[in-house]
Design a protein around this ligand. Sequence first.
Ligand SMILES: Cc1cc2nc3c(=O)[nH]c(=O)nc-3n(C[C@H](O)[C@H](O)[C@H](O)COP(=O)(O)OP(=O)(O)OC[C@H]3O[C@@H](n4cnc5c(N)ncnc54)[C@H](O)[C@@H]3O)c2cc1C
Length: 455
Amino acid sequence: MAMTPEEPRMRRVAIVGAGPSGLYAAGQLATQTDVEVAVDIYDRLPTPFGLLRYGVAPDHESVKSVAKTLAAAFDSPHVRYFGLVEVGTQVRPAQLLECYDAVIYAYGSENDRKLGIPGETELDGSRSAREFVSWYSGHPDAHAQDLDTVRNAVVVGVGNVAVDVTRILLKDPEELSVTDMPESVLAELRRTHVENVWLVGRRGPENASFTNKELRELLELDGVDTELVGADLTAIDVDLLDRKARSNVESIAAAIAEPKQGKRHLHLVFNHRPVAIKGVEGVTGVEFESNLDGSRFEVPADLVLRSIGYFGNPLPGVPFADGRIPNLEGRVTEEDGSSRPGEYVTGWIKRGPSGLIVGTARILPKPWRIWSQICSRCRSGSWLTRRNCWLSAASRRVRWPTGVASMRPRSRAAICVVASAPRSRPGTTCWIWSLPNRKKPSAESTIQEHDQLSI
Ligand SMILES: Cc1cc2nc3c(=O)[nH]c(=O)nc-3n(C[C@H](O)[C@H](O)[C@H](O)COP(=O)(O)OP(=O)(O)OC[C@H]3O[C@@H](n4cnc5c(N)ncnc54)[C@H](O)[C@@H]3O)c2cc1C
């Protein structure tokens, strides 16, 4: 029967990406009471939580615990999770737009920037910090890392991600064994003999973007001494600095004033940029140039991790510029600035790849306006011209990936993972991650007949 604008019906919203921003959006939609909304969250990975699971360092348990709050979205009977669905390849955004009243892009920034220097892409041992982070976080796409021969490492960049990878390289693996770091990663870290890590920034310590908490955690590592290269702290007037910059400069000053006897060495290099990664097949060294006087020096290196920023990927048919989706307060906009009906964006793909999870939460007023817009447009019935195709109906027209299954988490304590596409038949084994301690897959379950969508 044809639907009239007055006829109330549940609105359907698709969210692309189940990272913190997607789950936060889902939670906001699920808990508002203005209008009934059903939310489907799509993620290319089997599990939700994005970088909270596969980016935030395993030894930052308190940050990871945000997962419990975000998972509250799944308490709603109107929120469903579809893992292993990559929007853009398996399902096109245009198809989602046909099937849902609104689509919210929350797929983060999964690419990385390049330095553009010789040796960067061709030498074994030169890689992005993102790849390294994915590896130690157990990301399904990650390649194994062979660190056995690494004595000297260079980390390019002075943000929190650079500090994270440096800490993981220098920290005693036994201290990491209490985290949820995969066993294979711990085993590899136990095999390492890292003696030196050069953490290199192109500007001075007062301009580094790492936060003071992260920096102090690094400077306070047991058995690691710190050397400062390329910067004169006495020449910096700390009274002119903001709080973060001042505490960073003071923390570095304190660390070098009281040298530790360590077997491993952290070299903080400022005002320098790498100009070449040296080697024949594998990395053997890195040459740096001073941004102050142009002088150069080289350090030996077996591993180079570039940590100069993440970068977003475009989705077919969705506006994209400078690694982000252009928007006006979260509404996706065309090149001419006009907004695209029904399309919204949040998280890193909206603001660019910087900022803590809390920062994402703090941008609440703007996303909240989006949710109110969605809801008020729903109330006014202005979207009722859109086809109300619920997934099972849509599946006949849309080419869903074969065998995609959905399981509703039965409680906040467990996030059920869908089985991979070709194997997701009744009886297929799937893993259940337990949320409270987020240890490795702790139980197995089988997909039951009723857990599957009729697709
Ligand atoms: C190494 C690292 C360490 C960090 N540490 C901290 C920290 O200690 N504390 C802190 O507060 N913040 C930290 N952050 C920042 C925090 O992770 C981000 O602020 C936050 O994750 C951004 O959330 P998001 O939802 O926008 O993106 P993401 O977390 O990246 O989530 C995006 C989701 O979209 C999915 N996706 C991508 N493409 C597609 C597609 N085509 N189709 C379907 N799904 C797709 C991805 O699988 C992912 O699940 C860290 C970031 C990094 C990189």
